[in-house]
Write a protein that binds this ligand. Structure first.
Ligand SMILES: N[C@@H](CCC(=O)N[C@@H](CS)C(=O)NCC(=O)O)C(=O)O
Length: 207
């Protein structure tokens, strides 16, 4: 049985959505962020030493880090769905977006979140952060232009990785200049599997 260790309002929402798209049986163990610090509770460290979400267990195996979990689930249970064949022209694009989401695009979003808490003390950092936000979200917007999904013409693991980045950016008010990215999010949020994931996971303020 697959268990998702699900932290409220977190990246583990992308794993619930993926499991719903794959039509797999799974159970959820829920964890709540601290109301003041937003940090995960310490008991998540009993599952994986980093104490971060998402983390899954599957028949005694523990898998942490969103990209690794997405790839593990798709390769093990996808039966060829949700990723292009390794010899297909789309495969390199798939690798790019799978790694780019958490490896590059998420950094300026997280830095924006943290520096917002600093108020005026963060003023020297703002021009660089704003230019990096424009760089990454402009890139995502242009790459999506004229397409429904980031790889090929079909939902893939890359979308699970990218959607959370866009949701986090939107929650900070960073996505308003990008009509195409907003429309993409609306289309994803209308998918029955996405909605089932939110229903199973409980309140999700980013969706
Ligand atoms: N790059 C990691 C990031 C994991 C991460 O930082 N998760 C956040 C939730 S979105 C978390 O667990 N935060 C609580 C904490 O740091 O205590 C991944 O994608 O799995």
């Amino acid at each position: 049985m697959i268990t998702v260790h699900h932290l409220n309002n977190s990246r583990s929402q992308r794993i619930l959505w993926l499991l719903e798209e794959l039509g797999l049986d799974y159970e959820i163990k829920s964890y709540q962020r601290d109301a003041t610090t937003s940090l995960a509770p310490d008991d998540l460290k009993a599952v994986h030493p980093l104490g971060k979400s998402p983390v899954i267990t599957d028949n005694g195996l523990t898998v942490a880090e969103s990209g690794a979990i997405v790839e593990y689930l798709i390769r093990k249970y996808g039966r060829g769905k949700l990723m292009p064949a390794e010899d297909s022209p789309d495969f390199v694009a798939y690798l790019h977006w799978m790694h780019y989401a958490e490896g590059s695009a998420m950094l300026p979003v997280m830095l924006t979140l943290y520096t917002m808490r600093l108020g005026d003390a963060a003023a020297p950092l703002r021009p660089r952060l704003e230019s990096e936000i424009a760089n990454h979200f402009g890139y995502l917007d242009r790459e999506l232009c004229g397409r429904d999904f980031f790889v090929g013409n079909t939902l893939s693991g890359a979308d699970f990785q990218i959607v959370f980045v866009l949701e986090a950016a939107k929650s900070l008010g960073l996505l308003s200049p990008y009509a195409g990215l907003n429309a993409y999010l609306d289309r994803i949020h209308a998918r029955p599997a996405y909605k089932r994931g939110v229903e199973r996971g409980g309140r999700y303020d980013l969706g």
